[in-house]
Design a protein around this ligand. Structure first.
Ligand code: ADP
Ligand code: MG
Length: 583
């Protein structure tokens, strides 16, 4: 097959352009990106080989090699991972498939428009832009790869100028070697940063990739004086050179270290690497359990909800390891759906290495571990709500929706999620000065005569403030929960009551304010109704089927009329939500 030239997809071209011309200072992160790709590729061959041993071709000593060469000013990163076929090269390296990279591109473009170079250059470090980041330091990239189990290897090459070439080549070992021909600023002693320097590279691996679970090796050329018979240096003799292959990373998984020995930055760096995140996590939970079931868990709350958290393409779930060996990604059977935002991993010697997803679902250990994790997350949230309100409200702004959907969902599944979550819910209220309120806070502020928890739903505060029904409640100084998120009302609907107090929509039926209202007004209302029977009848007749009933009301102060929902029927906002859902 002759050499073929392909054009990059338009988006890839834009990204390359940004990489090449970026003024980003933290260019060294390219190494972390390439090493983590190599490590991902080894994970894949390892996983495949569990069911197909032949793929390994008798080579199961997984490793990543760095090969700097000062003479040719190249740096190669080599792995014996899964490798790529020709189609995969085109698919994975020629196009941008990742939504995260797309989001990055958009942000970069927006930043450019605003002429906001600072935020633009910061972004590269924040997003894991992966393979393309290598174009920040290389003028040419060559990928030589052979897929495990295939005979033919391929060479991919690009100068980042809009096109790349692919041709057949030979490669004995399976896996991928990526060779960067470094740009002038990045090799040689006088360079800004010299990526052919072994000690520089060693430092970068320690900084970014220390816990990568496969050895990252490099050959060091050691210069030393020759030794005499007693092992002492021979003085004045010409130095001799020898080669020494060293493993640069400790490979000790972070979670297996003692909590007290781990610095906050280590957790943060680990999280960013493992989950391709660009922000530090909001919360870290690291637990070791010993007893009938032994496991270590390391869980994170992301700083922000991913934009696709509630879409079907979001992959919830934790990573599973057994004695530090990766088993699977996105195991959904550990945590309940309402904790889908939690990222992290569980390592347990009780998991077997080649356990299937079907078997996992029935695993008793998994159920027990899952329950423990759920409890510890709930405890963390309760503690946060109690001791760090500001942080909890940040959490709530990002992930409150998940908990509310959880409450609503448990109405059907019949589990006790409601009880677990009801004290963690926050709502806006008519009392803007007091900020968000938990249900407990709301009922603590209720006057004794108030028997119900009142709520109103609307698209924003203003919409609810101007509801005619609010007038009376405002006058009587009764606080009202403001349901401003479209899932709020479903959660309230599922809760039904809190500490024996029923929820009551202010736009539904009788407000039941009898105790709060004076008997006097009640009597007045009844009198007015009696004296105006004829008028009410006329209004009812002329409105016909548009309304179910017409009543004299005491809930209005300055408005002449208002619409109320039927006592039993759905509320207006829910009717609206159903209508939206059906369209
Ligand atoms: P990501 O790693 O987040 O998917 P990258 O841009 O880093 O994005 O890599 C793009 C894709 O290229 C990877 O998903 C993978 O399919 C492929 N790839 C990159 N490096 C390697 C490698 N060393 N071995 C096998 N496949 C690789
Ligand atoms: Mg990557």
């Amino acid at each position: 097959m002759p050499r073929e030239t392909h054009e990059f997809q338009a988006e890839t071209k834009q990204l390359l352009d940004l990489m090449i011309h970026s003024i980003y200072t933290n260019r060294e992160i390219f190494l972390r990106e390439l090493v983590s790709n190599a490590s991902d590729a080894i994970d894949k061959i390892h996983f495949e080989s569990l069911t197909n041993k032949d793929l390994l071709e008798n080579d199961d000593s997984y490793e990543i090699f760095l090969i700097p060469d000062a003479d040719t000013h190249t740096l190669s990163i080599s792995d014996n991972g899964i490798g790529m076929t020709r189609d995969e090269l085109i698919e994975n390296i020629g196009t941008i498939a990742k939504s995260g990279t797309k989001a990055f591109l958009q942000r970069m473009m927006d930043a450019k428009k605003d002429d906001d170079a600072i935020s633009g250059k910061e972004l590269i470090g924040q997003f894991g832009v992966g393979f393309y980041s290598a174009f920040m330091v290389a003028e040419k990239i060559t990928v030589i790869t052979r897929k495990a189990g295939e005979k033919q290897a391929f060479k991919w090459e690009s100068a980042g100028d809009g096109s790349y070439t692919i041709e057949e080549c030979d490669k004995e070992k399976r896996g991928t070697t990526i060779t960067l021909t470094l740009s002038a600023d990045f090799y040689g002693d006088k360079a800004e940063e010299n990526f052919t320097d072994t000690y520089k590279l060693e430092g970068l691996i320690k900084k970014y990739s220390d816990y990568v679970r496969y050895p990252i090796k490099m050959n060091f050329v050691i210069e030393e004086a020759p030794k005499d018979d007693e092992g002492k240096d021979i003085e004045g003799a010409e130095k001799i050179k020898r080669d020494e292959i060293r493993t640069l990373n400790s490979m000790q998984p972070l979670w297996s270290k003692n909590k007290s020995d781990i610095k906050a930055e280590e957790y943060n760096e680990f999280y960013k690497n493992l989950f391709h995140e660009w922000e530090e996590p909001m919360e870290v939970l690291h637990n070791k359990a010993e007893g009938t079931i032994e496991y270590t868990s390391l869980l994170f709350f992301p700083a922000h909800a991913p934009f696709n958290l509630y879409h079907t393409d979001y992959q919830p779930g934790l990573q599973l390891y057994s004695r530090h060996v990766f088993i699977m990604d996105n195991c959904k059977d550990l945590l309940p759906e309402y904790l889908r935002f939690v990222k992290g991993l569980v390592d347990s010697p009780d998991f077997s290495l080649n356990i299937s997803r079907e078997l996992l679902q029935q695993s008793r250990e998994l159920k027990i571990i899952g329950r423990n994790l759920e409890n510890s997350i709930l405890k963390t949230l309760q503690r946060m709500l109690k001791n760090n309100r500001e942080k909890y409200e940040k959490f709530w702004a990002e992930f409150g929706k998940s908990l509310k959907i959880g409450v609503y969902g448990s109405m059907y599944s019949g589990n006790d999620t409601i009880n677990k979550l009801k004290d963690l819910l926050l709502f806006a209220t008519s009392n803007e000065d007091k900020g968000l309120a938990s249900l407990k806070e709301y009922i603590e502020r209720m006057p004794e005569s108030q028997k119900k928890i009142y709520y109103a739903a609307g698209k924003d505060r203003k919409a609810i403030d101007s509801l005619p029904q609010m007038e009376l409640l405002r006058e009587k100084n009764i606080e009202v929960l403001y349901l401003l998120d479209n899932v709020d009302e479903f959660a309230i609907e599922a809760l039904r009551e809190y500490e024996g107090k029923q929820f009551h929509s202010i736009s539904r039926g009788d407000l039941g304010l009898d105790d709060v209202e004076s008997q006097q007004t009640k009597k007045e209302t009844e009198d007015i109704a009696k004296n105006n029977e004829g008028l009410i009848k006329d209004i009812k007749e002329s409105l016909g089927e548009k309304v179910a009933d017409v009543k004299i009301s005491n809930r209005l102060k300055s408005s002449a009329v208002c619409l109320v929902a039927d006592e039993q029927g759905p509320s207006f906002t829910m009717e609206q939500a159903f209508a939206d859902a059906n369209n």
